[in-house]
Design a protein around this ligand. Structure first.
Ligand code: G
Ligand code: G
Ligand code: MN
Ligand code: NA
Length: 248
């Protein structure tokens, strides 16, 4: 069977899972969020990376049902950790793909996932890549505004890898810039991005933090939030809940 056919069945066959990677506030040391990262365990193909199957899902349109599943499951999981004292301030960060972002039914899907799980909108953040918004900045800006009007947060993912128009960037309704992990070891770039984000009124999150030296630089330049293997790898829900309990 082709990978496409197998992926089509992956949702109903319960082969997709979400792992969570903690996001830590640098000043307080508290866990303020967790990024949901999809995993596919195929009985016939083995473990397949989202870097492989997300592009396929985009091409075939399967990203629409998969993306809907991700939003529903992430909201359900976040609602479950939100009920504990340790998890009460931990936002769930959900990656949106280009198709999903431009889909008419996106807002309705989010609204129903929130209400079904009695999850407050401000506990959910959507990650949209720089290239997705720069393709059509005017339309993207309208969608970002709708998400924020609902009460959700919005982060610009992979920042620094695409071609952002700074003039547009400053007008975007954003909460956070996620500095791409390929850039976090470059002191000058990190410093410049943090200063620019501060001037524009956005928070900064550094991805792919793997060691103490990088962490020290980020602290120095005033980066707000960090995420990376130095703290933890993406992990299954139950493991993430114990992580929350033991790190608060
Ligand atoms: O976790 P990992 O490094 O393997 O993820 C690889 C890529 O897949 C990253 O670019 C990440 O943003 C993307 N990805 C992971 N989970 C999701 C998801 O739920 N939806 C979308 N659209 N992309 C995801
Ligand atoms: O594209 P996006 O930023 O959504 O993807 C995040 C990806 O980065 C995930 O696949 C995640 O597994 C991976 N990741 C998270 N932390 C680290 C890290 O410290 N080092 C590396 N190399 N990858 C990381
Ligand atoms: Mn991301
Ligand atoms: Na990224």
């Amino acid at each position: 069977m082709s990978t496409e056919v197998l992926l089509r069945h992956a949702i109903e066959a319960d082969e997709l899972v979400l792992h969570y990677q903690p996001q830590i506030d640098l000043r307080s040391g508290r866990i303020v969020g967790a990024e949901a990262l999809i995993r596919w365990e195929s009985p016939s193909l083995g473990r397949i990376s989202p870097a492989q199957f997300i592009p396929l899902a985009e091409e075939t349109g399967l990203i629409v049902p998969i993306g809907r599943w991700v939003i529903e499951r992430a909201c359900r999981d976040a609602a479950s950790w939100m009920r504990s004292t340790e998890g009460a301030h931990c936002v769930v960060a959900i990656n949106l793909s280009a198709r999903q972002f431009n889909e008419e039914a996106l807002m309705a899907g989010i609204t129903s996932a929130l209400s079904e799980n009695q999850l407050a909108a401000h506990h959910v953040e959507f990650e949209i890549t720089e290239s997705m918004v720069m393709q059509d900045p005017v339309s993207a800006s309208g969608i970002l505004k709708k998400l924020r009007d609902m009460g959700c947060k919005v982060a610009l993912d992979d920042f620094g890898t695409g071609y952002s128009s700074l003039a547009y960037l400053r007008t975007f309704p954003l909460d956070c810039l996620k500095i791409d992990r390929s850039l976090v070891t470059d002191v000058a770039i990190v410093c410049a991005v943090v200063q620019m984000a501060q001037a524009f009124g956005f928070k900064t999150l550094a991805e792919g933090v793997e060691d103490e030296a990088v962490l020290a630089v980020l602290q120095d330049v005033g980066c707000d939030i960090v995420q990376g293997y130095y703290y933890a790898r993406p992990m299954p829900l139950e493991e993430f809940k114990s992580y929350l309990r033991s790190h608060s």
